[in-house]
Design a protein around this ligand. Structure first.
Ligand SMILES: Nc1nc2c(c(=O)[nH]1)N[C@H]1C(S)=C(S)[C@@H](COP(=O)(O)O)O[C@H]1N2
Ligand SMILES: [Mo]
Length: 528
């Protein structure tokens, strides 16, 4: 029960006067400006990336900054100088927004005026961009309208809540307050969602443009010419080269990291004589080699398809390591991607003469964004989890004792040489085939050793040696095919490969963890 002596339920300053309480007034200013910036970012992502009002102000600031201050910023904050600038801008803009709100406790006019002034500053900066076209005014204009409208609506809701309409007061005294809360919540969500989407679309558009611009010079060595008859695609094997859009993809990235060539930097440090920091042009200028490499995931089950083959174009790792001067004792190369994923690769595998590289190109194109654009590591003969760092930004020479990369921390082996494997691609398991002569074809791999022999058998009968497609490289998969005589009924087909060292893959099926599955791929078919 309420009596006259109870304290008021919600202590509000200036009750019933229609004057906004300072926290509410300040929040309205901040939310209106936040909505304007979010909407500006989102519209700019589609209209013209440099026209995002927030970024336009930042860019204009950089253009107007005297050289001395720029140098001070770079030497003090290093590569974070831009983040520091943007954070500083955010603080200043928030302060102006709070002020706009606080000046508008009675009437919205002062706040609205400040919001409009901020919008005009954004538009002016966008207009000052060296690449300006009229399209650059769209985002600031839409942002200005969105911010002003948000301010006006929230202000009105707040005034109603502070001085509820007498009729409503009789029915529900808290309705005005609830509407205000709802309005503030919607504005907050709107600012957050538009800002988030704006950043994402803008980054993706920037990187797509950067990839389209990334001209790769031809290899300094001989280009890879795929040998004729490198596959039996007509019999149902994969093509020897995997088209980029069909290359298997494995990574921990919820969002594909967006790195433009301009943003790319690679630091090579740790147990080296000379630390190196390279940008994209410097890396590209080191001389590129081309090599066909079949990549494979350690999670590939027997018979699985987490394996693909591509011609990679990149800078040999041994060139870069020689330049940095690997110090004695370094055994592991720890690589880090921009999203924090890490791999650990034996130094020996990158200096023993194989085509270990920092790849910039794949099948004659800049790397696709999902496969690590602008730069990734590729090492023939090793599973991707220990060698294939995508979106790479850091290489540290270290030891196996001193550093455990991402998957090793989760129970996978430190060393990941690819195991010899073979797969039956046709006929598929459970397939119905015509009794008589049945073509069986598939794929085998033993990267960096080479496939010497593939054998196939039906119903645990004698092994029959299959025909092998052209031997393109010990680092790539090898297609095979043969013909089996099958009587009507069910048949169990099996395949096994022998690598060039003479080792035949073991029969026992083992799980993929900790260092890759073993076992003969087996399919059951019915002949009619
Ligand atoms: N940045 C990053 N690089 C990564 C991974 C990852 O999760 N993040 N996964 C690795 C694994 S497990 C494999 S098998 C290969 C796969 O490369 P792909 O997607 O280009 O086929 O990338 C490796 N590089
Ligand atoms: Mo993997």
């Amino acid at each position: 029960m309420t009596t006259d002596t109870d304290p008021p339920a919600a202590p509000a300053a200036d009750p019933g006067t229609g004057v906004l309480r300072p926290p509410v007034a300040g929040a309205i200013g901040v939310l209106a400006v936040a909505v304007a910036l979010g909407v500006g970012d989102l519209v700019a992502a589609f209209a013209a990336a440099p026209s995002s009002p927030f970024l336009a102000v930042g860019n204009q600031f950089i253009r107007l900054t005297p050289e001395a201050l720029k140098e001070f910023a770079t030497s003090t904050f290093g590569v974070h100088d831009k983040q520091v600038l943007l954070a500083g801008m955010a603080v200043v803009i928030t302060a102006v927004a709070v002020l706009a709100g606080l000046l508008s406790r009675r009437t919205p006019v002062p706040g609205l005026t400040l919001v409009v002034v901020l919008g005009l500053v954004g538009a002016t900066c966008a207009a000052a961009a060296p690449t300006f076209t009229v399209g650059y005014l769209v985002a600031p204009a839409v942002a200005l309208v969105a911010g002003a409208a948000t301010f006006a609506v929230l202000h009105r809701l707040a005034r109603r809540a502070e001085r509820p309409d007498p009729d409503r007061r009789l029915t529900d005294p808290s309705a005005g307050r609830r509407r205000l809360l709802l309005g503030l919540g919607v504005a907050l969500a709107g600012a957050g969602i538009t800002g988030f989407l704006g950043r994402r679309f803008a980054a993706a558009a920037d990187v797509a443009a950067s990839r389209a611009d990334a001209a790769l010079p031809p290899p300094t060595g001989p280009p890879v010419v795929p040998p004729p008859a490198a596959d039996f695609a007509a019999s149902g094997t994969p093509t020897w080269l995997t088209p980029n859009d069909q290359f298997y993809r494995i990574d921990t990235a919820l969002q594909v990291p967006q790195v433009s060539t301009a943003d790319f930097t690679l630091r090579i440090h740790g147990l080296v004589q000379r630390e190196l920091t390279l940008n994209y042009d410097q890396l590209r200028g080191r001389g590129l080699v081309e090599a066909p490499i079949t990549m494979c995931c350690v999670s590939n089950d027997v018979g699985g398809n987490l394996i693909s083959n591509s011609v990679f174009l990149g800078v040999p790792l041994r060139t870069l390591l020689a330049e940095a001067g690997v110090r004695p004792g370094a055994t592991q190369i720890a690589s880090t991607s921009v999203d924090g994923f890490t791999t650990g690769t034996p130094v020996a595998a990158c200096t023993d003469g194989r085509n270990a590289m920092l790849a910039l190109g794949m099948n004659g194109q800049p790397l696709p964004v999902e496969h690590g654009f602008p730069v990734r590591m590729v090492v023939p003969g090793l599973y991707g989890y220990v060698s294939g760092c995508k979106w790479i930004t850091d290489i540290e020479l270290t030891t196996f004792e001193a550093f455990q990369p991402y998957w090793e921390q989760r129970g996978w082996a430190a060393m990941g040489p690819i195991k010899t494997q073979s797969r039956i691609d046709v006929p598929q398991s459970q397939a119905a085939v015509t009794a008589g002569r049945v073509t069986v074809a598939g794929t085998a791999w033993a990267q960096h050793r080479g496939v010497a022999r593939v054998e196939v058998r039906a119903d645990a009968g004698p092994w029959q040696t299959a025909e092998l497609a052209a031997d393109a490289s010990i680092d790539t998969w090898r297609m095979w095919r043969t013909v089996l005589q099958l009587a009507p009924g069910d048949h169990t087909l099996q395949v096994r490969a022998t690598d060039a060292t003479g080792a035949t893959q073991p029969e026992a099926l083992t799980s993929t963890i900790p260092d890759g599955a073993t076992g003969w791929h087996t399919v059951v078919v019915t002949a009619f």
